[in-house]
Design a protein around this ligand. Structure first.
Ligand SMILES: C[S@@+](CC[C@H](N)C(=O)[O-])C[C@H]1O[C@@H](n2cnc3c(N)ncnc32)[C@H](O)[C@@H]1O
Length: 287
């Protein structure tokens, strides 16, 4: 089988298993296994391929057809122009989170050497993009999952090695619900968090791919708001006067989360929409 035959066979298998973006995904897996792109497929479709790589290609196509997320198969995914390593046990970066990062950037743009805490840091997409934008920032990432911490450390090493300025970035394993964790820290200019926010009962209705992602990264408790209660009630004490709490929220949660900010006496509460027009980010000031 030559390159074109392999590609078409892979695409057909994906289409048959109901994957709508079969052409794109078969192309990504082709590139991952053989290092060829669409251009090469067009100009040199009859090239012969390594047997081992062919076996790998069909094995990965089968995994994809069985619901393993493409991002885990490719071992990395792009977020805001950077490639983040991902795999089983860590949440896949979502474009939805871009607005949280942009909002966070706007809130600290005038602060010299900002102190930033990224709670529920996962693969590190938020803290790493902030570190690139604020090379003098001191950033702390808190995460409970060993698997996620593995990718977090890997991404810090791979992505920040070229960029790193006068600031610092540290990773701490901890539970945001533990009072002991809470009192470990100094005060911050910004606490940013994309917490698990899916209501527990809704998880079984999520797409097959999302169900392959870690439950601990998705489950926000009975109404999806458990983490926001903790953040607004307890973590506010770790924000400097004039500092900001910025959180990502699920579809339909923004007004309830804004209410929790109000109850905790945050000021200048604001809601921002994501690229699809969904209320996605809530911020408030500790004033
Ligand atoms: C929705 S993911 C967000 C990951 C990353 N910040 C992002 O935006 O892609 C939530 C993260 O919270 C972590 N997590 C869940 N429960 C936690 C807890 N009690 N304390 C700290 N981190 C927790 C999960 O392991 C997961 O990495």
């Amino acid at each position: 089988m030559d390159l074109q035959e392999i590609y078409l066979k892979g695409k057909k298998k994906l289409l048959k298993s109901g994957i709508k973006s079969a052409s794109f995904e078969a192309m990504c897996i082709l590139k991952f296994c053989f290092g060829v792109d669409r251009h090469e497929l067009i100009i040199n479709p009859t090239q012969k391929l390594d047997e081992q790589a062919k076996l790998r290609f069909f094995d990965l196509i089968l995994q994809r057809a069985n619901g393993r997320p493409l991002q885990y198969i490719l071992e990395e995914w792009e977020f805001m122009g950077k490639n983040f390593k991902v795999g089983e046990g860590v949440l896949i970066p979502r474009d939805d989170t871009e607005i949280l990062v942009k909002t966070a950037i706007a809130h600290i743009s005038s602060i010299k050497s900002p102190q930033i805490l990224d709670l529920c840091a996962g693969s590190g997409i938020i803290s790493i993009i902030l570190a690139i934008n604020f090379p003098d920032a001191n950033i702390t990432c808190l995460e409970i999952s060993e698997n996620a911490i593995y990718y977090l450390n890997k991404n810090i090493k791979l992505i920040l090695s070229d960029f790193y300025g006068k600031g610092s970035i540290q990773v701490i394993k901890g539970d945001i619900f533990s009072e002991k964790t809470l009192h470990k820290f100094e005060l911050f200019d910004l606490i940013v968090c994309n917490p698990p926010y899916i209501p527990s009962e809704d998880i079984k209705y999520l797409q097959k791919e999302v169900q392959n992602e870690p439950l601990i990264a998705l489950d926000g408790g009975p109404d999806g708001l458990n983490f926001y209660r903790m953040l607004t009630k307890k973590w506010k004490s770790q924000i400097k006067f004039g500092g900001t709490l910025a959180v990502e929220v699920g579809k339909g949660q923004a007004s309830n989360v804004a209410k929790l900010f109000e109850e905790a006496d945050f000021k200048n509460i604001s809601i921002k929409k994501d690229l699809c027009g969904i209320d996605r980010v809530v911020t408030g000031k500790n004033e």
